[in-house]
Unconditional design. Structure first.
Length: 254
């Protein structure tokens, strides 16, 4: 057992306009107002952030972005900096999601700069790692995780690891309905915790590590019951307020 606070994060990806985000909150907030053991986070498109921040003030919802650039400012057309997000009251940011690694060339080297940039701006990084199906089948899961974790965390200043949330998302389980077994998820996440202990032994028991990949209301409780799984990063099921409320309830009960 641990005293790490459960963390339930919805990753909307490229779904919902600002107006749709307001409608979502209107449906969600009455369903999650009770027990507040778990932290509740919504990772939204840039264009819905202000709607979510205004609509969730005074509630338990924390608003997150899904990407940011590592530089403070500069000639980077189409990018957004940590300072721009923190000015809006964005409190967390997804970094290194497999879709960004796969489709937008996100590299471990860029992540090594993005994590400290987010921390310096007071934004909590939700740092994603995970192997593809081919890598798992080739027996490379541990090598891939070792590389992603050690290179991605390389720029984090000493003592700041506990401020980071890590998400283990096996690429083969994202959006496929193929959830990793609880044993597979626990094993990979325990391995990630060992890797973090190799960097800072005192920090490792404090870092929250989430599982992501086809998490639904009916499999969340079992995943969250595992000793090293501290929460979930949820794509598809986070788009529906009823399903997301059920996932928050699973986090509150964990
Ligand atoms: P999924 O997505 O829950 O739809 O599988 C998870 C994620 O990509 O964060």
């Amino acid at each position: 057992m641990s005293d790490r606070r459960p963390y339930i994060a919805g990753n909307w990806k490229m779904h919902k306009t600002g107006r749709e985000a307001e409608d979502f909150l209107w449906a969600l907030l009455p369903q999650i107002s009770g027990e507040d053991h778990a932290e509740v986070v919504i990772c939204a498109p840039f264009t819905a952030l202000v709607n979510l921040i205004d609509g969730s003030r005074g509630s338990r919802v924390k608003v997150a972005a899904q990407n940011m650039h590592q530089a403070e400012a500069g000639a980077f057309t189409g990018e957004v900096s940590a300072g721009m997000l923190s000015e809006l009251d964005v409190r967390a940011v997804v970094l290194g999601h497999s879709e960004r690694r796969q489709y937008f060339n996100e590299t471990d080297a860029a992540l090594a700069e993005k994590l400290p940039a987010a921390l310096a701006a007071g934004i909590e990084p939700i740092f994603c790692v995970g192997e593809t199906e081919a890598e798992r089948e080739a027996g490379q899961m541990q090598d891939v995780l070792r590389r992603q974790v050690t290179e991605g965390l390389a720029g984090v200043p000493a003592g700041q690891l506990p401020a980071i949330v890590v998400a283990y998302e096996p690429v083969w389980a994202i959006g496929t309905g193929k959830v990793a077994t609880t044993e597979q998820a626990q094993e990979a996440i325990a391995f990630i915790r060992e890797l973090i202990a190799g960097i800072d032994a005192a920090a490792a028991p404090q870092v929250r590590i989430l599982y992501g990949g086809s998490v639904k209301p009916d499999n969340a409780a079992e995943l969250l019951s595992q000793p090293d799984i501290d929460g979930a990063l949820i794509g598809g099921a986070s788009l529906d307020p009823g399903d997301f409320a059920a996932l928050v309830a699973a986090g509150d009960a964990a």
